[in-house]
Design a protein around this ligand. Structure first.
Ligand SMILES: Cc1cc2nc3c(=O)[nH]c(=O)nc-3n(C[C@H](O)[C@H](O)[C@H](O)COP(=O)(O)O)c2cc1C
Length: 150
């Protein structure tokens, strides 16, 4: 069974709700999903995963939420190369934060690229000023991403 690790960064719960919708959709399609409250490199390395999805909002001024930041930092410290992993990033933000719009998603995607993960579908940005259905927007992107895992 294709196994996917879902790492979430969320402050007020929107990205977490999106992650739950993504998990439900992937499970329905027969994927095996792991969605921890706080992602960790130890957990990531303790099992074999085919896919890594990062779903994160941006906080502060282009910063990664506190519940995802340790994973980002650990990935940089441990550098677990993942050339066989299909990765993807769903980035939530607000375009009124001009120059830091969806900055956390950009940082995470850059880190995944450094780790040689495959990124077959560029990250999607979901703008809180433009949509009131972030989960539906994420599922639209997910359909394209998950097709690359088969
Ligand atoms: C204090 C604060 C700072 C934020 N900073 C940014 C930012 O720098 N860039 C951005 O794109 N969005 C920013 N946002 C918008 C959030 O990323 C966006 O509302 C997101 O949907 C929140 O998701 P969450 O509930 O999962 O945290 C900020 C929101 C707050 C409350």
């Amino acid at each position: 069974m294709t196994r996917i690790y879902v790492a979430v960064g969320s402050v007020m719960g929107t990205a977490k709700a999106v992650a739950k919708a993504v998990e439900a959709q992937l499970t329905k399609q027969g994927f095996d999903c792991v969605l921890p409250d706080q992602a960790s490199v130890a957990e990531w390395q303790s099992q074999t995963f085919d896919g890594l999805l990062v779903i994160t909002s941006t906080t502060g001024r282009g910063e990664i939420p506190n519940n995802l930041l340790p994973f980002y930092v650990e990935l940089g410290d441990v550098m677990p190369l993942m050339p066989n992993v299909i990765a993807g990033v769903i980035a939530l933000g607000d375009s009124s934060y001009d120059d830091t719009f969806c900055g956390a998603g950009a940082l995470m995607e850059e880190r995944l690229r450094e780790l040689q993960a495959q990124l077959p579908v560029p990250r999607v940005t979901i703008d809180a000023t433009e949509t009131i259905t972030p989960d539906a927007d994420a599922l639209y992107w997910l359909a394209e991403w998950q097709a690359t895992l088969r």
